[in-house]
Ligand binder design. Structure first.
Ligand code: AGP
Length: 608
């Protein structure tokens, strides 16, 4: 879950690499480093903490060279300190290497090399790679990296330079993302496009077990078996300014405010209002099988998993399909047995989450068909699924996922509506659903206009160390997502629970110091939720109610009310999550937390 970027070109590499690292910082931010080559001379600097610490260290230093590699780290092996920061080198300091991933057999390899007299200066798995590449080097860096790839087990996205291989960078990938960027100013490679989108939108995705040599004006891709590969250059739809704060104090708040537009983008060109049926070009390749599918399994992690949980309720409402929802990290180790024509839907913002990737590979092995709902174009999950739907939500920089969650819910609704309209859903129901979907962006805007009110509620309760989130049916997963957001960015302990479960345990936690966020739009679960709130109030627990606008009666029962516009019951989750996102944001802001880069987290979890 680190970020790597490298450049070889006409310009001085130092500032290009530092700029690229800043765009990648959300991937890992406990230490960073850079190595720049000028002829056979390589200058290397590493620092603990954020990129700014590295910048402070090299500011004013003349670091010449138009070729270099750089890294921002999320520690897996060895604590965050300068010794464990990348780039890593071999004992003669000829090889310099940055790596994203985990070398699983590094322990064995390290022991063997130590027996041969090698001394290691770090606790990392990565350093073993530098030693092996140096050992395998006999004039061709590309060949040395290829030999080393055959000796290691695990995952890597890596970039390496060598004193005796001037003018070239060799990059390689297995399991961790690596994208090559091509421009007139030179060539790049990085963990994701945001590190180079300022210079180019012409990219090539390296696939597993491939490596490439980058030079000033060329790149050559080959396989682990030295077979040359020709690959098409793709154009990225994002722009550099998409990765800027645009006047917001944090990316999380910017992305919360982007939701009217990103929900619209999730539906753009995908609605046929007159027919009451969506059109999803991305699943056309498998449509003949999918439309007869009666068993569907959604797999995902974290926030994407909670979107899938809402998705199950929506599919049950709109289709006759039996839907299961699975945590990818558990699913991959289960004894899987699928009825014929089972479809797996993998949900992932990054498209690189290791557990979700492994889960779909396991399901494929067991004969299931694979679909993806993914935001990052060209990512591993998008390439390893047969068909799918992109979110078109632009880059999500804040580690806490917000706009992608509502976009995932909108897309799941379109998918269920499309399948339902080919089953028992009537034209009228379809038209009504599409009308309600089209009203969502304006309704989200209306909720965002209550930001000051929501901030005032946060000011009242942000010192409370424990919170409870409750919901039923469609809104039960929103309770879990609301709790996750608060935990992620404010470090306040929070639990999301199905309200009906409260009496079976969590009610023991209720006290005047424990606020409960109750999600109760005016749907068929409303009365049940009111009784749950009465149980909490009778134990003097403060309650923040998220409910349908105009619901006056609830004001007498609860402490705070946040209104959401009226919509269809299966669309309430898209609206109800927005106040939860804002509550989490404002609590974290009041607690002065590092909102966009919460401790211990990273945006894309590319290791198991
Ligand atoms: C959510 O805010 C977190 N960043 C995390 O739970 C995330 O949802 C999870 O890691 C899945 O990521 P993905 O959607 O990129 O696969």
């Amino acid at each position: 879950m680190c970020g790597i970027v490298c450049y070889v070109g006409k310009k001085q590499a130092k500032s290009i690499l530092i700029g690229g690292l800043k765009q990648l910082e959300y991937r890992g931010y406990d230490s960073a480093g850079i190595a720049v080559q000028d002829g056979s001379n390589i200058t290397c600097h590493r620092a603990v903490g954020r990129i700014v610490e590295l910048e402070k260290k090299i500011n004013g230093q003349e670091i010449n060279g138009t070729l270099g590699i750089a890294h921002t780290r999320w520690a897996t092996h060895g604590e965050p300190n300068e010794r464990n920061a990348h780039p890593h080198t071999d004992p003669e300091q000829k090889v310099y290497l940055v790596h994203n991933g985990i070398i699983e057999n590094y322990g064995l390899l390290k022991k063997k090399l130590q027996k041969e007299g090698h001394h290691f200066s770090s606790e990392t798995d990565t350093e073993v790679l530098a030693h092996l590449i140096a050992l395998n080097f006999d004039g061709s860096l590309n060949e040395a990296v290829r030999r080393t790839m055959s000796q290691v087990e695990g995952t890597f996205g890596l970039a390496v330079i060598h004193r005796d291989a001037e003018g070239e960078i060799v990059v390689a990938r297995r399991g961790s993302p690596l994208i090559i960027g091509l421009s007139d100013e030179g060539n790049f490679a990085a963990s994701d496009v945001s590190a180079m989108v300022r210079y180019t939108n012409q990219v090539v995705h390296l696939q597993d077990n491939e490596l490439a040599t980058l030079t000033l004006d060329d790149f050559a891709i080959s396989t682990g078996q030295a077979k040359r590969i020709e690959r098409t250059v793709e154009t990225v739809e994002w722009h550099a300014e998409d990765a800027d704060l645009d006047g917001f104090p944090h990316f999380m708040l910017k992305e919360i405010y982007e939701q009217p537009e990103t929900v619209m983008n999730a539906m753009r060109g995908r609605l046929e209002p007159g027919e009451g049926v969506p059109k999803l070009g991305g699943i056309t390749p498998v449509w003949d099988q999918l439309k007869t599918c009666r068993h569907l399994v959604m797999v995902a992690c974290g926030t994407s998993y909670y979107a899938a949980c809402v998705g199950r309720y929506i599919f049950e409402k709109l289709t006759d399909i039996d839907v299961e929802v699975e945590l990818a990290s558990e699913f991959r180790y289960r004894k899987l047995n699928f009825p014929p024509n089972t479809f797996i839907v993998a949900l992932s913002q990054s498209g690189e989450t290791a557990d979700t990737l492994a889960a779909i590979r396991e399901a494929k092995r067991k004969g299931a068909r694979l679909l993806g709902i993914v935001n990052v174009v060209g990512s591993s999950i998008s390439r390893e699924t047969e068909a799918g739907i992109y979110n078109h939500a632009g880059p999500e920089i804040g580690v806490a996922s917000t706009k992608i969650f509502t976009s995932q819910l909108a897309i799941l609704t379109l998918m269920a509506l499309l399948l339902g309209r080919h089953q028992n859903l009537s034209l009228t129901e379809g038209v009504e659903a599409i009308r309600a979907l089209q009203a969502l962006p304006a309704q989200i805007k209306k909720i965002l206009s209550q930001a000051n009110h929501i901030e005032a509620i946060a000011e009242k309760y942000y010192r409370c160390p424990n919170w409870l989130f409750l919901g039923r049916k469609f809104n039960f997963p929103i309770a879990m997502e609301g709790a996750l957001k608060l935990k992620e960015v404010s470090y306040i302990h929070a639990e999301g629970y199905a309200a009906g479960e409260m009496k079976h345990g969590p009610i023991a936690l209720i006290s005047p110091q424990m606020p409960t966020v109750a999600i109760l739009p005016k749907d068929d679960m409303y009365e049940k939720m009111v009784s749950n709130i009465q149980e909490i109030k009778s134990r003097r627990g403060p309650v923040v109610a998220i409910t349908t606008e105009g619901n006056r009666e609830i004001c007498d029962l609860v402490d705070e009310v946040i209104e959401i516009p009226a919509t269809l019951d299966f669309l309430n989750p898209i609206l109800a999550v927005v106040p939860c996102q804002l509550l989490a944001y404002y609590c974290a802001n009041l607690l002065c937390c590092d909102i966009d880069k919460p401790r211990n987290l990273a945006k894309s979890v590319t290791v198991e």
